[in-house]
Structures are given as structure tokens and as C-alpha cells.
Design a protein around this ligand. Structure first.
Ligand code: AMP
Ligand code: TRP
Length: 328
């Protein structure tokens, strides 16, 4: 059975962009593959995280991944730092990665521009991501569109390793959702919805109560038209329609027929109700999961136990390929 692997950072609070771009697909395709989903805490610390808060966010994010439907009896839900081979393979891949490839990454350029001193980890970030994927020879990687460039790099790194040391790694394919691969900020529809943006009207968190969701969506930026016009609409209206379509699964033609000419106030009300209806059961499950003492820790522990042998085997294979020291 082919493997699927994906990761999410335990920073900020997960929002509908994460859900529609990635998490919804994680749950949807999990049974078609051997699935591994990873909370990437080593990626999170490429930017300073308050230790107590980070530790707590890891557990909360694991609870959320279970709440959105990751089934721990089938899929392995793990924390990156619990499996030392991620960092070990990352070093080996670092040694075959030209610095120029890393300096070109748009996410590196954006994140490093916001830092006073740039940690080396920020530059290495996509190498660690390549290691995450290649460690399990994952064939499919479901992500949002902002990760496409990192995935191309992962393939380049795999290709370079294979050509230097012999065929070792499977080429991972990027898997994007057809609707919702790039959800934009509600307040700034020209920027992708992000966990780190500070504005209170920017993102809908998966744990926002219904009244907060309604308020945020009713205040979303639109344009100077009074009503939906598919020919001239701006990015804000387009984004609201995307959110509606991704949450309801409605077809293009139906969305067009339903919303054409609708006033923005009514559009927003319908979008808000679609989001509330989709998130309410997730929030209920989240609460149940977090109320069960020890459950999340047990799931993470079992996940790590299940997949560590795969990671250990890959590292052995890579060491041998490179001529590094192995016991036998
Ligand atoms: P991150 O929060 O950066 O760890 O992202 C976790 C997953 O959510 C990745 O697959 C991202 O590509 C995806 N993602 C993050 N922000 C968005 C967004 N605004 N729209 C769609 N997908 C997103
Ligand atoms: N960089 C990804 C993000 O911020 C998270 C991530 C880390 C990831 N390792 C991965 C995603 C491996 C897919 C596969 O969204």
C-alpha cells in the first residue's frame, strides 16, 4: 500500500485555511493509503516559541486532528521530535542540498525578512520537511498551495541524493484540494489566511464559537459592488464563495446559479452558516477528546511506536548508501 505523509506546525491556532487546504483531505484520503500525519514541532521552533505554550499546543493540535476525523486505529498520528530519525535524515539531506536552492524559497524570504537575526533553522526548514517525507518514502503529500514550492524542492533533493548515491527515495507527489488550496485572509483578501496574522478579523479558528464566526465573516472585506457579479468580483468575494463551496461541496454551476446577484449581506450570512454547520460537530468532538485524560498522549505514543521501525530502516539504508558507519 502506498504511503501518504503530511505535517502541520503546532503554532497559533489552526484555522479554516488549514482545514480546507490540508486537514480535510488528510481525513478524506487516509483509508486509501498507509497514512502518517505529523505535528512538526521541530519546524515550529525555527521561530522562537514559548516552551510551555508550545508543549500545550502540540497536545491541543493532536486533539484537533482527531476531532477532524483522523482515525488512530488506521492512521499514525505522531509528533516529529518523538522520532529522532527526522532530524538525523535532515542532516544527511542538508549535505546534498545547495544553499542557493534554499535561499530561493519564497517562504524563507518572507519569514527571514521579519526576523532580526535569522536562525539557520529557517533556511534548513524545507530540508527537514523533505526528510519528513522521504523518511517514510511517502508517495502522496496532501498540502495547501503554499507548500508546493517546498515539495518541488523535496523532489529535487531526493533526485540529487539518488543520482549521487543510487536509487534510494520515492518521488513524492503534491496533492492539492480542487477548491480551497489557498484560502485568503478575511480582512486582507490579497494575503493567504495565516496563523501568525494578528488581526482579529483575519482568520476563522476551528475553535471559534458560532457568534465569533458570524461576526468575522460579516465583517469580511468585499468590494465596491453591492451584490455578487461573477464577472467583476474582487478577491474578497471570490474567497467567501470558495469557503462556501469547500465547506458544502457544492458544484461550480450550483454556486453560480445560487449566488449570482445576491447582496453581500445575504452572501455572508449563508457563508457563515455553512462554516458554523461544518465546525460545530468538530468542536463537539474536540471537547470530548480533550476531556478524556491521557487519550491524546496514548494515541501519539502508539503512533510513534508503530512507525519508528520504518524511520529506523530508512536511516540505515541511507547510511549504507553514503558509506557512513553502521553496526553490521
Ligand atoms: P501550517 O499551519 O503552516 O503548518 O500549515 C499546515 C497546512 O495547512 C499546510 O498543508 C498548508 O499548506 C495548509 N495551509 C496553511 N494556510 C493555508 C491557507 N491559507 N489556505 C490553504 N491551505 C493552507
Ligand atoms: N511546512 C509545512 C507547513 O508549514 C509543514 C510540514 C512539515 C509538512 N513537514 C511536512 C507538510 C511534510 C507536508 C509534508 O505547512
Amino acid at each position: 500500500m502506498k504511503r501518504v505523509f503530511s505535517g502541520i506546525q503546532p503554532t497559533g491556532s489552526p484555522h479554516i485555511g488549514n482545514y480546507l487546504g490540508a486537514l480535510k483531505n488528510w481525513a478524506k484520503i487516509q483509508y486509501d493509503y498507509e497514512s502518517i500525519y505529523c505535528i512538526v514541532d521541530l519546524h515550529a521552533v525555527t521561530i522562537y516559541q514559548e516552551p510551555k505554550e508550545l508543549r500545550q499546543k502540540i497536545e491541543e493540535l493532536a486533539g484537533m486532528l482527531l476531532a477532524i476525523g483522523i482515525d488512530p486505529t488506521h492512521s499514525s498520528l505522531v509528533v516529529q521530535s518523538a522520532i529522532p530519525q527526522h532530524a538525523e535524515l535532515a542532516w544527511m539531506l542538508t549535505c546534498v542540498t545547495p544553499v542557493g536552492w534554499l535561499e530561493r524559497m519564497t517562504q524563507y524570504k518572507a519569514k527571514s525578512a521579519a526576523q532580526e537575526t535569522i536562525g539557520d533553522g529557517l533556511l534548513q526548514y524545507p530540508v527537514l520537511m523533505a526528510a519528513d517525507i522521504l523518511l517514510y518514502n511517502a508517495a502522496i503529500v496532501p498540502v495547501g498551495d503554499d507548500q508546493s514550492q517546498h515539495l518541488e524542492l523535496a523532489r529535487d533533493i531526493a533526485g540529487r541524493f539518488n543520482s549521487l548515491y543510487g536509487e534510494t527515495f520515492v518521488m513524492p507527489a503534491t496533492h492539492l484540494p480542487s477548491v480551497g488550496a489557498r484560502v485568503m485572509g478575511l480582512d486582507e483578501p490579497d494575503k493567504k489566511m495565516s496563523k501568525s496574522a494578528t488581526g482579529s478579523g483575519h482568520a476563522v479558528s476551528l475553535l471559534d464559537p458560532p457568534e465569533v464566526i458570524r461576526k468575522k465573516i460579516m465583517r469580511a472585506t468585499t468590494d465596491s459592488n453591492p451584490a455578487v457579479d461573477f464577472e467583476t468580483m474582487g478577491a474578497g468575494v471570490q474567497n467567501l464563495l470558495t469557503i462556501y463551496q469547500a465547506f458544502t461541496g457544492a458544484l461550480d454551476v450550483d454556486v453560480r446559479a445560487h449566488f449570482s446577484g445576491m447582496r453581500y449581506g445575504d452572501l455572508k450570512k449563508q457563508v457563515a452558516e455553512a462554516v458554523v454547520a461544518a465546525l460545530s460537530p468538530i468542536q463537539e468532538r474536540y471537547k470530548q477528546i480533550m476531556d478524556e485524560t491521557g487519550y491524546v498522549a496514548k494515541v501519539l505514543d502508539e503512533g510513534a511506536k508503530r512507525i519508528t521501525p520504518i524511520a529506523a530502516e530508512t536511516v540505515e539504508v541511507v547510511k549504507k548508501a553514503m558509506g557512513l558507519y553502521t553496526a553490521s
